[in-house]
Design a protein around this ligand. Structure first.
Ligand SMILES: [Zn+2]
Length: 186
């Protein structure tokens, strides 16, 4: 097979770039300095409404159970802090002073996060100046641990007041502390 080649016409050859074009090709392209992307602000719990506005809302609406609080009357103190008066007549349902449990966040602490405490221990876990925050928290947490055992005993007792049983079960359900394999009727 023979290829037929036509001779190139004059003036149609490869053109050398002009001096201006060469200068442009030699210019080093410096990428633009890209401004740092600002980090997003920490997210808050918000609820968007229909108008597009965002409204702050409490993260944990307070769980209330008045009967559970009334059950504390006449019960032994479970906190037993260094200033405990061991007087059951002064016992109330203590919410503790723990900001970490929700206090001060536009809602009170859940009633499930309470324990029977005498008036002295109630003061100890809240405003008492003679203990550190960690000591107060530890005293309340130990009291609450004992409280869960008390509520479990009430919830599983056939002799207990049905209202007490219902309140104890309410608290245990809120704490996800229902005894396993024990309360099938829940
Ligand atoms: Zn006490």
């Amino acid at each position: 097979m023979t290829l037929t080649r036509k001779p190139m016409k004059r003036g149609t050859g490869f053109k050398r770039p002009t001096s201006r074009a060469r200068v442009q090709n030699d210019v080093q392209i410096i990428p633009e300095i890209i401004p740092a992307v600002p980090r997003p602000a920490p997210r808050r719990a918000v609820l968007a409404d229909c108008s597009g506005m965002a409204t702050s809302v409490p993260k944990h609406p307070r769980a209330e159970n008045a009967h559970l609080l009334r059950m504390a009357r006449g019960k032994p103190c479970l906190i037993r802090s260094p200033i405990c008066n061991y007087d059951a007549e002064t016992t109330v349902a203590c919410h503790g002073g723990g900001v970490e449990n929700g206090k001060g966040m536009a809602c009170k602490v859940s009633d499930a996060l309470t324990c029977w405490g005498c008036s002295a221990c109630n003061h100890y876990t809240d405003a008492y100046a003679g203990a550190t925050k960690a000591q107060k928290r530890a005293a309340f947490m130990l009291g609450h641990l004992a409280q869960v055992c008390e509520w479990r005993a009430i919830a599983g007792s056939a002799a207990a007041d049905p209202k007490d049983i219902a309140a104890a079960r309410w608290a245990l359900a809120h704490l996800n502390a229902t005894p396993v394999g024990h309360m099938e009727t829940l």
